[in-house]
Ligand binder design. Structure first.
Ligand SMILES: C[S@@+](CC[C@H](N)C(=O)[O-])C[C@H]1O[C@@H](n2cnc3c(N)ncnc32)[C@H](O)[C@@H]1O
Length: 220
């Protein structure tokens, strides 16, 4: 068979990442300084990291994923994009602490740790682990940004989030939409606090977490 008709391996594609990358980018562009170093947790298909690297070109982006197989997809996308500001995707399980050897070039500091749509599709322990890791590897003035659905005290849950939560828990009892107050409690233990809450389409929140200590809130 001539090579021209051989099927090409295609990276996985996430329709939701394709939709939410636009509103997430808008918030990041308004929030972030012109340049910096970003660590993405749970990069999935790599669609987000390529989009953000393209539109925040003075930032360098370190994609990571717990699933080894996903690293291939991220690398294919990153290579196709031909962008110089995406580093090689690395395997990272937030629950395997510490994330990096102290002398590793991966050990930061980072100005942004970004985690999209992981907290509800992973066991609850991963929430504390994500926040602790972010606090450990963020630079002064750096922020952790999480995106996804949350339940909030005093905010009636939407029917679609109630149904989504039930379907997640039916799939895996350790999954589920998290209570924002519980996430805030984990953040407080790690010295982080909620700095901003952005309501984005499809009942999702983009949350910005910064250091509680005023001395660590300003970029060094
Ligand atoms: C719904 S997908 C979201 C992927 C991508 N961020 C997106 O929005 O398209 C959830 C991701 O969380 C990752 N994940 C689950 N547990 C994890 C862990 N312990 N450490 C790092 N990533 C994890 C999965 O591998 C998966 O890529």
């Amino acid at each position: 068979m001539p090579s021209a008709v051989l099927p090409m391996a295609q990276p996985d594609h996430s329709p939701s990442a394709e939709r939410n990358k636009h509103p997430i980018l808008e918030v990041l562009q308004a929030l972030l300084p012109a340049s910096g170093r970003a660590l993405e947790i749970a990069s999935g298909t790599g669609q987000h990291v390529v989009w953000f690297a393209q539109h925040l070109p003075q930032w360098t982006w370190q994609p990571t994923e717990v699933h080894r197989g996903a690293l291939y997809n991220i690398e294919v996308r990153a290579n196709e994009s031909d962008l110089a500001n995406i580093d090689i995707a690395r395997q990272l399980d937030v629950c395997q602490e510490p994330w990096f050897a102290p002398d590793s070039e991966l050990a930061g500091p980072y100005d942004l740790v970004l985690c999209i749509n992981m907290l509800h599709i992973a066991p609850w322990a991963s929430c504390g682990a994500l926040i602790r890791g972010a606090a450990q590897y963020l630079a002064n003035g750096g922020v952790l940004v999480t995106y996804g659905p949350y339940f909030e005290a005093g905010v009636p849950p939407t029917q679609s989030n109630i149904e989504f939560d039930a379907s997640l828990r039916a799939h895996d009892a350790s999954f589920g939409i998290r209570q924002l107050a519980d996430v805030e409690a984990q953040a407080a233990l790690a010295g982080l606090q909620l700095q901003a809450r952005h309501a984005l389409p499809a009942n999702n929140l983009l949350l910005v977490w910064g250091f509680t200590d005023p001395a660590r809130r300003t970029r060094g």
